[in-house]
Design a protein around this ligand. Structure first.
Ligand SMILES: [Zn+2]
Ligand SMILES: [Zn+2]
Length: 318
């Protein structure tokens, strides 16, 4: 299978994003880069160097619907005369533009964010949304766990790996146990499970970290020899990375539990203690991280959770 990685610049803190051209029939692109002029040019150059035009692409497969990964999907689809776009159904919230929804507002309020912070985050996301076009229901096909993406010389198996987002998917080439993992597995950073509504019951928060641990174990069960992540270099030693992630998660959980005062605290208060100097999008990432760890600790019976008015308050056990 001819796999050609193309590095695409993004306006985001994370830096460039990796997209992958599978130069086999049907010509397929895994992720697209954000909707910026620079990204569109880098993608066009990368394709040209590999001997292709955007119009040659027949299939666009999205690991998840964050703007840096999906931003150009729609315009590519149009240039390629209706290339088929695939994304998991659980990415709906992201596809349709996150924080404008009431459920996201109430999610943040329950996590303890004051109104002005919620408003600030909504404004920030309005800025981020311009880096992706949304896709209408009839403009994409659903990725389903276990489905096979067929190529002239083999297949990629869809592996639903929720955690970073509810609908994150990885793609496994069984022949040599190569995996495309999007933001589920990144070489230099522990991926952040992002605060999102549960795709099945939108009034609940998605249990991102618990899901993420299951996804990591599932990827491990394939004994991957090579993992292509959404950012940074490929990973040759998945076992080392898996153990490093688990240690990082355990340490962070202990830290989060240690930050809970006797009287309890919201995820927002814990996030502010944990990352006092953060600004902008990092405040959202910080509260995402705090909530994810608090939820996991609570589900493991290590801390208690109760409602205080409309807010969730986590307390240390007596
Ligand atoms: Zn992402
Ligand atoms: Zn990313």
């Amino acid at each position: 299978m001819r796999i050609i990685p193309i590095s695409i610049p993004t306006p985001f803190y994370i830096g460039p994003v990796n997209v992958y051209l599978i130069a086999e029939d049907p010509i397929t692109l895994i992720d697209t880069g954000p909707k910026t002029k620079e990204a569109a040019e880098a993608l066009r150059d990368g394709l040209r160097q590999a001997g292709f035009l955007a119009s040659d692409i027949r299939r666009i497969v999205l690991t998840h619907a964050h703007e840096d990964h999906c931003g150009l999907a729609r315009s590519l689809r149009d240039q390629a005369k209706d290339a088929e776009v695939f994304v998991h159904d659980w990415e709906t919230g992201h596809r349709a533009g996150r924080l404008e929804h009431e459920e996201n507002r109430s999610l943040l309020a329950r996590a303890g964010l004051p109104d002005n912070e919620i408003e600030g985050m909504r404004r920030m996301y309005e800025g981020v949304r311009k880096y992706a076009d949304s896709l209408e229901e009839h403009e994409y096909s659903s990725l389903r766990d276990g489905a096979q993406l067929e190529f002239s010389s083999g297949t990629l198996q869809v592996v639903h790996t929720p955690g970073h987002t509810p609908g994150s998917c990885s793609f496994l080439r069984e022949a040599d146990r190569t995996i495309f993992a999007g933001d589920c597995v990144l070489k230099r950073i522990t991926p952040n499970p992002i605060l999102s509504p549960d795709p099945i019951d939108k009034s609940r928060r998605f249990r991102s970290l618990a899901e993420y641990l299951v996804s990591l174990a599932r990827l491990r069960s394939f004994a991957p020899t090579l993992v292509h992540g959404g950012h940074g270099e490929p990973i040759n030693d998945f076992e080392e990375l898996f153990n490093r992630y688990l240690r990082a998660i355990q340490q962070r959980q202990a830290e989060v539990i240690g930050l809970l005062p006797r009287g309890g605290a919201t995820a927002w208060e814990v996030a502010r203690k944990m990352f006092p100097g953060t600004d902008d999008v990092h405040r959202f990432l910080a509260v995402s991280e705090a909530a994810a760890h608090l939820d996991l600790a609570q589900s493991e019976g290590k801390i208690a959770l109760e409602m205080s008015g409309a807010k969730e308050v986590y307390r240390p056990l007596e």
